[in-house]
Design a protein around this ligand. Structure first.
Ligand code: IPE
Ligand code: MG
Length: 222
């Protein structure tokens, strides 16, 4: 969800106003996902590198997350949205963690769309966590190193129960992954738009999905 800060700067507003606008954009985008039959949407909300930002911005983001969860719960229930997270959420402030677990529990039976928030997420850390888990199993004798396959890694990722993304949308024109789902995006189609996240609307999502349907996916075949 890149470009909140620039969206605000272009309007002479503080960066947090951009994050507020970005958070407000989640509702229409999830509604359009449901309308389009998208079953999984992951939003990269906070990376492990984002702690480097000024303390005021970081704490503002956690307050915003809590407000977002409270405000959006009725809509999530109405629209059939199941909330999940990936990342080291145990390192988040207590209040954000509590609101997250309450929302995850309340929406657990919803079926239309799984909305996965990547919070304090790092793909390299995720892979290191998977490697550690494999090493522990090898040391205990539960796993023979000779039998380690890609599946052994996949099943230890935070995303083990979700399909790999088909489509990666990056807003604000940046052409990089920024430590996001390095493993899972192996065969994803990339769609990069110059629009800042707060300006990325339902129509833009429809355009991205239409572009996705034009791609020829060969998965290494011919
Ligand atoms: C939002 O956009 C992403 C978050 C980390 C919350 P940015 O805050 O990265 O916006 P820009 O890149 O400064 O425009
Ligand atoms: Mg950015």
């Amino acid at each position: 969800m890149d470009g909140n800060g620039r969206w605000a700067r272009h309007r002479g507003l503080p960066r947090l106003k951009g994050h507020e606008q970005g958070a407000a954009n989640v509702r229409p985008i999830t509604e359009e996902c449901v309308a389009q039959g998208v079953e999984f949407l992951t939003l990269y909300a906070f990376s492990t590198e984002n702690w480097k930002r000024p303390g005021e911005e970081v704490s503002g983001l956690w307050i915003l997350l809590g407000n977002f969860l409270e405000l959006e719960l009725p809509t999530m229930m109405k629209n059939g949205i199941r909330l999940r997270t990936i990342g080291h959420t145990h390192e988040l402030p207590e209040e954000a963690r509590q609101k997250l677990s309450a929302t995850i529990a309340a929406t657990a039976e919803n079926k239309a769309l799984t909305l996965i928030l990547a919070l304090n997420y790092s793909s390299r850390t995720e892979l290191a966590d998977a490697a550690r888990s494999i090493a522990e199993d090898a040391r205990s004798g539960a796993l023979d190193p000779a039998t380690i396959t890609p599946d052994a890694i996949q099943s230890r990722l935070y995303t083990s129960e979700y399909p790999d993304p088909d489509l990666l949308i990056r807003t604000s024109g940046e052409m990089r992954l920024s430590n996001f789902m390095l493993w899972q995006l192996s065969y994803a189609e990339f769609y990069i738009t110059p629009k800042f996240w707060p300006d990325f609307g339902k129509q833009d999502l429809r355009a991205a999905i239409a572009e996705f349907h034009k791609r020829e996916r060969r998965f290494g075949g011919i």
